[in-house]
Ligand binder design. Sequence first.
Ligand code: JJ5
Length: 469
Amino acid sequence: MPAPGHRCLGAKASRTRASSACVAAAGSGYFPAVKNDFAIRSLGPCEVDSPLAKFHDHEGKTIDFVEDHECILVDDTLSAVRGGAAAAPDFPVLELAGPRRRIFFSPTDVRVGIVTCGGLCPGLNNVIRGLVMVAEFHYRVQKVYGFRYGYAGLVAPDGHVELDSEGVSEIHKLGGTVLGSSRGPQKPKAMVDRLVELGIRILFVIGGDGSMRGAVAIADEVRQRGLGIAVVGIPKTIDNDLLFMDQSFGFQTAAGEAVRAIDCAHREAKGAPNGVGLVKVMGRHSGFIACAAALASGDANFVLIPEIPFRLDGPNGLFPVLQRRLERRQHAVIVVAEGAGQELLATAGEERDASGNVKLKDIGVFLADAIKSHFAAKQFEVNLKYIDPSYMIRSVPANSADAVFCATLALNAVHAAMCGKTEMVLGMWHRRLVHVPIHQAIARRNKVDLTGPLWLSVLGATGQPLAMQ
Ligand code: JJ5
């Protein structure tokens, strides 16, 4: 823990009206004046006893409440603590998630809204189910509404449905999202109007970085109007490109499904002379799925990720190294992340989708064609099979590990929101559940460290050259 006197242990400084947002540092009380890049905004002081205080185990013990000053270091290496503590007392810390003894909202006054945005990801229904169950069973909130088709449901006249524990009890067995989803923003004013109309005091946004920018816009509008509505995000990114988070929900499931596709590609490759199995997996800017699936499968011979450019020709380019592999083993498997090799594709202007993501050119189709025509021109027989399993991966139900993770995220999202915490997302950092301000989570992407153990393992498992140039 940081040294005494650190912001993490500071005393209560000032209190603000319940309706106006103030900044709760990763520590007790409110520190509007203290700079803390990871401080969590809150709607006001927590003065209501949590209904969870009544929970006792068979020996009469209450549940383990967390206090706002409990936090963990962003960088937990000893050198960081030594250097940080000596050089500057304000090394960054993240507030621990968990139930608080006192909460901001009176449960009986609270109506909750849930919205799912962007592309499908395993675990969406698990998170919805978890939010509804915890809101109803632990906090006995008045009502839970689900908005249909992303932020569009927040501006459509009949864009919402009522959710209860009975209705959501089986949804985790299904892939996709029972609420539907969509991309793209809506006007914050219109969305907040609808929240006010429905009496919603807590909005949960399950979505990607674009949706989290939308969540910030909603929270800004709420603050400007002096309303007490908490906006809490559960970050969704199948690519696992979140900073300050060990893993995003759905990632384990996605990697597992990608392994199945690699296995099929391997079978195909072995079934024909000089067979090449090419599998494109998700990973727009970060190659975590490609690396994890390649490592788990053990059948990949080449892993191409966005973090490292590669060439087709040249002494260690893909064509010559693939030819050498085929001459030696008569089959090969290539795993390519969707964002890899963009530099090889003609860039005729930059197109964006409704979420504002740059539309990538299809590296899978490009590579399949390029490999076929290169070896045809050399009269070197190659039998290439291309598999793009993306939509089959995105829409499967979460596996057990992800299901447990989704339930934990949902539980802690409700705890945080009931305390009036806002403009934050839940995450797992160094195996602890933490609160991360949205502005920090969307500031940068996490990427595969080319000097770290993951990429080194991939190189060790595939035998591919360090750089394919
Ligand atoms: O500009 C970005 C960006 C910044 C951070 N574009 C895509 C992904 C990204 N991140 C990672 C990220 C992904 C999903 C969520 Cl929900 C969040 Cl908060 C961050």
